[in-house]
Design a protein around this ligand. Sequence first.
Ligand SMILES: [Zn+2]
Length: 379
Amino acid sequence: MLMKAESTSGQAQLKRANRMTLIRQLRVQPGQSRVDLAHAIGLTKSTVSALARELIDEGWLVEREVLVTGDIGRRPTPLFIDPTRLLLLGAQVGIGHVRVVLTSLTGEILSARSATYDTELEVEACILAVTRTLLAVAARCGEAQRIIGIGLGLPGGVDQASDQLVFAPHLHWHHVPFGALLRAALRGTALSGAPVFMQNDADVAALGESEFNPSPMADPLLLVLVGEGVGAGLVVGGRLLTGARGLAGEVGHMVLQIDGPLCSCGRRGCAEALIGSRALLQPDGQAPAPAAVAKAGEYLGVLLQNLAVAYDPACIVLGGPAVALGDALLGPVRATLQQYAQAARLPEPMLRVSRFGADAIAVGAAALAGYRLTQPALP
Ligand SMILES: [Zn+2]
């Protein structure tokens, strides 16, 4: 009996893995037919047809009729990820603010809402704001729609194995079981039992760019967020690089200047102290001085140059509030990258701004939920 149970669970795992491989294949290359899919993922056409039928019934996939032109005969029906029935919730947990979006499986924002919380209070005040905002946005979900997962982008290192926010420097939180606290707060509500996934904010923003991208993915994709802190997320071969303890990408604490200005971490000359919003703040709340923005742009260029040398990314994406400074910041960034590239007679790294603007983290958090739900189980 035990053997049978084991083999049944093995088959269930294999089936789940095949289902998810099929979904991910259609995400990378939408519009493939059952025959294309069978070739691409190495399954028989009848297996693909059976899985596709189930996934269509459940709301993951949709068939679209081909417009037949001329006399080439009937073409195989293309399959797509269904952008209408299954939905994802993404929450950006910022320093004192929360942003929640409801998205389709393909990343269209259907609804959004923001809230604030008092950073002087305990973590529970933040959990309450996140819970209320998630429920308010979830209430806009249509009759025929279903929310299948919730993602969180948190301002610190996240350890997936222990399901903990390890450290949020700007909030002074250490070892917070954020996911468990949120699941408990959602008990008895409309979102009770929904799977909750969490990851660092720059990591989820990087996933948002790679998961919700209609064109072939840049690989590796490096995303750098610049706000109060500076962080990076790296997606390699469709997988997020999180590091052994979930702390990969803390590039805000790479040292760019020996004996430079004091950083929030206690060291001197970190990227964050030279580029982060505190480096640009004016004591009286005025807009940052143009010279300060230009200098920060140069240092950001140096940081990106160092990261480009380390990872050789196909594309660097910039996100976070600092991007709103526009060319005043981005001009010096590009000029710095160009200068280093010319000196070494190499092409400069490709640089662009996040497609989701101020919602990069919230949309990325929704992408995280989709990413985790469709990861084929590891053997
Ligand atoms: Zn530092």
